[in-house]
Design a protein around this ligand. Structure first.
Ligand SMILES: *Cc1c(COP(=O)(O)O)cnc(C)c1O
Length: 411
């Protein structure tokens, strides 16, 4: 007879177990929302304080050179490149994910004259679709956005498709696109693909170069633990860099910003996709998060992500199906991102009741309870306990309390 290892047994032999101490995690909280705001690395406060007190305070403007603030977007970009299968010089940190989407959508439309369609899927992350609308409005309305369901998307790519815009790991369901297959199908028909890696970078293996990817963007404050509102990143394959133009030609993307000339001339390479001055206070927090992620073995992160998801899906299904809780997205064993979502008509109130018990996930309208499973700082025992608390909340009807029904601004 074999005995199954308990969650505690698995924590004791977890290859990533030492990483938990590198994060600030409050007592009594099981944090299952690292896919929305990653936890605070222990090193961040000191590094930010040092940047404020020593660099800004004492070195003042000299810091741009002396502490290489000016090189930070490329330096941190090159570190992120190692997490997503890109080369140094193909990734830069800048702006927000929304703004980077706009920049790269416009770049791609300009580079594909005669092609009028941007393809995406219904239910893609809102800002991604809104940014396409903005790009279409900016380009004089000659383009159109076509939303095609996932199972028909590949066959909808044709000679009119300029760009396919997809979120690699779906923010609600954790469904994963086959990046290589979609990229090959699009390129075969002359279209480009822009991948949103917001729920992929730092969460699951990504191999942009291996998939011959064209363009990508991603978020700094989710699985990369960069801090609230940390800057985002963008990737442009080196083969495209000289032929793509940014629609926002700011001085930081100029060939010689400190010549202060009147006319814009794009910098060679990835720097042309910068716009304004880098936000050093938040950029330095992102660097701490990325450095920490780079210390972890990527295969171990992927393996533990799958194992945590399998444990959580099994426990929640066994304990909570009878209360009407239903798994959303890939079934156990299928490829998935590093979050797990369940549907319930009272999802908002249940999530509020869970948060009141210290189990923090989030809610995505209309009925999705979403739980981020971050391998660096979660234990198997946490995930097991979270499922147990969920059963408790449902069995006792605790979520029916009036206080859990009031919708807050951020869900
Ligand atoms: C979180 C997220 C964003 C965030 O965009 P911001 O500009 O940082 O607000 C964009 N796209 C996807 C798919 C996301 O999950």
């Amino acid at each position: 007879m074999t005995t199954h290892p308990t969650p505690a047994d698995r924590d004791a032999t977890d290859a990533l177990r030492t990483f938990r101490d590198r994060f600030v995690l409050p007592e009594g909280v099981i944090y299952l929302d690292g896919n929305s705001l990653g936890a605070l690395p222990v090193a961040t406060a000191g590094r930010v304080a040092d940047l404020v007190n020593a660099e800004w305070g004492l070195s003042l403007i000299r810091s741009w050179n002396a502490h290489d603030w000016i090189g930070a977007p490329q330096r941190v970009g090159s570190k992120i490149a190692r997490l997503i299968g890109a080369q140094s010089g193909e990734v830069v940190v800048a702006d927000s994910t929304s703004v980077n989407l706009y920049k790269l959508i416009m770049s791609a439309l300009q580079a594909q004259p005669g092609r009028r369609t941007v393809l995406s899927e219904p239910g893609n992350f809102p800002t991604d679709l809104y940014m396409v609308e903005s790009a279409i409005a900016s380009s004089g309305g000659q383009h159109r956005l076509s939303l095609v369901p996932r199972d028909q998307l590949l066959s909808a790519i044709d000679d009119d498709t300029a760009l396919v815009l997809l979120t690699h790991v779906h923010y609600k369901t954790a469904d994963v696109w086959d990046m290589g297959a979609v990229t090959a199908a699009a390129q075969e028909r002359g279209a480009m693909v822009l991948w949103d890696l917001s729920h992929s970078a730092g969460a699951i293996p990504v191999d942009l170069n291996g998939c011959h990817a064209d363009l990508a963007v991603g978020c700094g404050y989710k699985f990369l633990n960069g801090g609230p509102g940390a800057p985002a990143f963008l990737y442009v394959a080196s083969r495209h860099q000289s032929r793509l133009q940014t629609p926002l030609g700011g001085w930081m993307g100029h060939k010689r910003p400190f010549d202060f000339v009147d006319g814009y001339e794009a910098a060679p390479g990835i720097a042309r996709f910068l716009c304004g001055t880098p936000p050093m206070l938040s950029l330095i927090g992102l660097e701490v998060g990325v450095d920490l992620m780079l210390e972890a073995d990527r295969e171990a992160v992927a393996t533990k992500s799958r194992a945590l998801a399998a444990l959580f899906m099994a426990e929640v299904s066994a304990r909570c199906t009878r209360f009407g809780v239903e798994l959303v997205g890939p079934p156990p064993g299928a490829p998935r991102g590093s979050h797990v979502s369940f549907r319930h008509p009272e999802g908002y109130a249940i999530m509020q009741a869970l948060i009141a018990r210290g189990v923090i996930g989030d809610f995505r309208a209309p009925d999705i309870m979403r739980f981020g499973l971050t391998p660096l700082y979660l234990r198997y025992a946490d995930v097991y306990e979270a499922a147990r608390v969920m059963e408790d909340v449902l069995a006792a009807g605790a979520y029916q309390a009036e206080e859990f029904r009031v919708r807050k601004a951020v869900t």
